[in-house]
Design a protein around this ligand. Structure first.
Ligand code: NCD
Ligand code: ZN
Length: 345
């Protein structure tokens, strides 16, 4: 007998859509199933002003279905003008501001070096209820890459949150038990996104039996005990944890390189993977909190009124191994096991 589950249409609270030919090629993979997505601003050059965000939004709308809503963000730099941020948020142009420590990840060269230089922006954001989305890794060369998230909490995030107590903050794409525990311990103006791939892979998947460039992303996947902490947080239904794919396309030649780019492309099969993870955790009843309810709750938006249905069948779901774009092929994330949950709309 086939099993099915119907949930409010999901949103993606952390997504990279890129620009140009890549945008045109991969945006439909998200718009097919998701109603809204928080769009990351790490283009080259980055989306730093409300005018940049308006123009980028138009380019996204030009290649997506009419009912897909991109929720725009600004890339925080040491030159960001607090008045521009507040006006963009009041005008409904942006939903949040993204903090990249300079050099932390793909296209983060314009990020913040000296956090005190962005205090005026953070103050204005706290006063106006504008969420700060953090790429939570320090970049100091002496800090081991597997420790960079935990150190970010102590050295950067907690001091900022102490100073700006009203500031709404999302720790993006958390990868550690330390981040789960920190979020659980804090008031409700702190939340976290969890990606699809970090619920599935640990660092062995990247490194054992040969290096797997398509599993390399930032923050890098950690030990199995951290993956288990992420799964427990996601399936718990706790409203401070919600789904952000961090689907981050790079062409195969950029990934399969002597210096490969960070990013996993999960837009295509994300919902099938999530249903699998939640079923394995005996928590299918909480899938809709993670994908469709907790995110809008944090951002103060309505839950989507339409629904999607996932059906479990005996034969594995077929999905393309690659998405062919005019920028080049993009490999779809391989969870390493067959998927049986199919989105039937
Ligand atoms: C992202 C990208 O490619 O833009 N890469 C990644 O590994 N997640 C940037 C980011 O979110 O860190
Ligand atoms: Zn990202």
């Amino acid at each position: 007998m086939s099993q099915s589950i119907t949930i409010p249409r999901p949103d993606d609270w952390h997504l990279h859509l890129r620009d140009g030919a890549m945008l045109a090629g991969i945006a439909p993979e998200t718009a097919r199933h998701f109603a809204r997505a928080i769009i990351m601003p790490n283009l080259v050059p980055p989306v730093v002003t409300s005018a940049d965000a308006t123009a980028y939004r138009e380019r996204i709308l030009a290649v997506t279905s009419a009912d897909f809503i991109p929720l725009m963000t600004l890339y925080l730099t040491e030159d960001t003008d607090p008045a521009d941020v507040v006006a963009a948020h009041k005008g409904g142009i942006i939903s949040a501001v993204k903090l990249y420590p300079a050099g932390a990840t793909t296209n983060s060269a314009s990020g913040v070096v000296n956090f005190e230089n962005v205090y005026p922006v953070l103050e204005a954001m706290a006063e106006n209820g504008i969420p700060l989305l953090c790429h939570g890794e320090v970049t100091d060369s002496e800090i081991d890459i597997f420790d960079r998230e935990a150190v970010f909490i102590d050295r950067v995030l907690d001091p900022i949150r102490q100073k700006f107590q009203g500031l709404k903050v999302v720790m993006e794409h958390i990868t550690t038990a330390d981040a789960v525990a920190y979020v659980q311990d804090q008031p409700e103006n702190l939340a976290a996104t969890i990606t699809t791939h970090h619920l599935v892979i640990n660092r062995n998947h990247i490194l054992v039996g040969g290096i797997k460039p398509h599993y390399y992303c930032l923050p890098v996947a950690k030990r199995e005990r951290h993956r288990q902490a992420l799964v427990n947080a996601a399936i718990s239904g706790d409203k401070r944890f919600f789904h952000g794919t961090d689907s981050a396309p790079h062409t195969d030649d950029a990934k399969e390189s002597a210096c490969g780019c960070a990013g996993c492309f999960t837009a295509t099969n994300t919902l099938s993977i999530l249903a699998h993870v939640f079923e394995n955790g005996s928590a299918l009843q909480n899938l809709e909190r993670f994908t469709s309810r907790n995110g809008p709750g944090f951002y103060g938006l309505p839950v989507n009124s339409d629904t999607i249905t996932l059906v479990k069948s005996d034969s594995p779901v077929e999905y393309p191994a690659k998405i062919e774009t005019d920028a080049g092929p993009v490999t779809v994330f391989d969870p390493g096991f067959p998927l049986f949950w199919r989105v039937v709309q």
